[in-house]
Design a protein around this ligand. Structure first.
Ligand SMILES: NC(=O)c1ccc[n+]([C@@H]2O[C@H](COP(=O)([O-])OP(=O)(O)OC[C@H]3O[C@@H](n4cnc5c(N)ncnc54)[C@H](O)[C@@H]3O)[C@@H](O)[C@H]2O)c1
Length: 267
């Protein structure tokens, strides 16, 4: 059996209703995992789960607002009861609100902190509690959080977002250390995706134009590609395959890292 095979694993993917999360859910299912999609977008989340089930995967949907502790408790319980366990968390839900520093709004910063930092931290907490020995799932596992190339470079217009993704990176390393030292049996890693033209990626390209940083969305995208040694934008499957790798036994001795999946942009 391939070391990348995830047969028998049970995964919860936050923000899995669309974009990168939907692609990650699909790739995990294709590798053999049962997948629970957690999102605030109920109709799109249910549709994404149905699509996976239509391809023969065991899949479900649970309403999850990652900023809310009670919502996490419900989602983890639903994952364990519906899938029969909990071995993989993909902390993917995130928001990006573009602003020049000189115009930044407290409410926007607070929203990004709530979803990107609090949401990721609560996901780690409830995964540890469920997956560690003696927990209701109890078999250890793997957490992959989705940071961003924005945690590794300075791109104008996204100061607040970059700060929250740097926090995801630091939390990953501390959580990995605690898990190792305290014997939770959970590997904790993150990836730094480059720009991918999802809803979020395309919105960002438009917003940096509105902020006066680029003459057009094409120019903004061109600047990103120009900074990328592999000379293209990222694709959903680029990120999804990296997540499958980090969740699999092929990554069994890897914890506490941030893996750039950015075509070299952050190098
Ligand atoms: N697209 C990119 O270029 C890019 C690059 C680097 C990192 N990322 C990161 O990848 C992740 C996915 O991005 P995407 O491009 O697919 O974005 P997207 O906006 O297309 O999808 C984000 C998903 O997260 C969900 N979500 C938002 N707030 C939530 C909450 N409170 N609780 C639960 N779900 C919530 C949304 O409903 C949506 O389904 C994000 O963390 C993002 O910051 C994206």
């Amino acid at each position: 059996m391939s070391k990348f095979d995830l047969t028998g694993r049970k995964a919860l993917v936050t923000g899995g209703a669309r974009g990168l999360g939907a692609g990650m859910a699909e790739a995990l299912a294709a590798a053999g995992a049962a997948v629970m999609i957690g999102d605030i977008l109920v109709d799109a989340g249910r549709d994404a789960a149905k699509t996976l089930a239509g391809k023969g995967a065991k899949a479900g949907f649970v309403t999850l607002d990652v900023t809310d502790e009670a919502s996490w408790q419900k989602a983890v319980a639903a994952t364990i009861s519906e899938l029969g366990g909990y071995d993989i968390l993909v902390n993917n839900a995130g928001v990006e609100i573009t602003s020049l520093v000189i115009d930044v709004k407290a409410a926007d910063l607070a929203r990004m902190c709530a979803v990107n930092i609090v949401g990721t931290g609560l996901g780690m907490k409830h995964a540890f509690r469920a997956m560690k020995p003696g927990g209701p799932a109890g078999k250890g596992g793997a957490i992959v959080s989705i940071a961003s190339v924005a945690a590794t470079i300075a791109f104008p217009g996204i100061a607040g977002y970059s700060g929250t993704k740097s926090a995801v990176d630091r939390m990953t390393r501390v959580a990995a250390t605690e898990s190792g030292k305290l014997g939770y049996g959970v590997r904790v890693n993150c990836i730094y995706p480059g720009l991918v033209p999802t809803d979020m990626g395309m919105q960002l390209a438009g917003d940096v134009v509105a902020a006066g940083l680029f003459p057009s969305a094409e120019a903004a995208v061109g600047a990103v590609i120009g900074q990328t040694p592999l000379g293209r934008l990222g694709e959903v499957s680029d990120m999804a395959d990296a997540v499958v790798f980090l969740c699999s036994d092929a990554a069994r001795f890897i914890t506490g890292v941030g893996l750039p999946v950015d075509g070299g942009m952050g190098t």
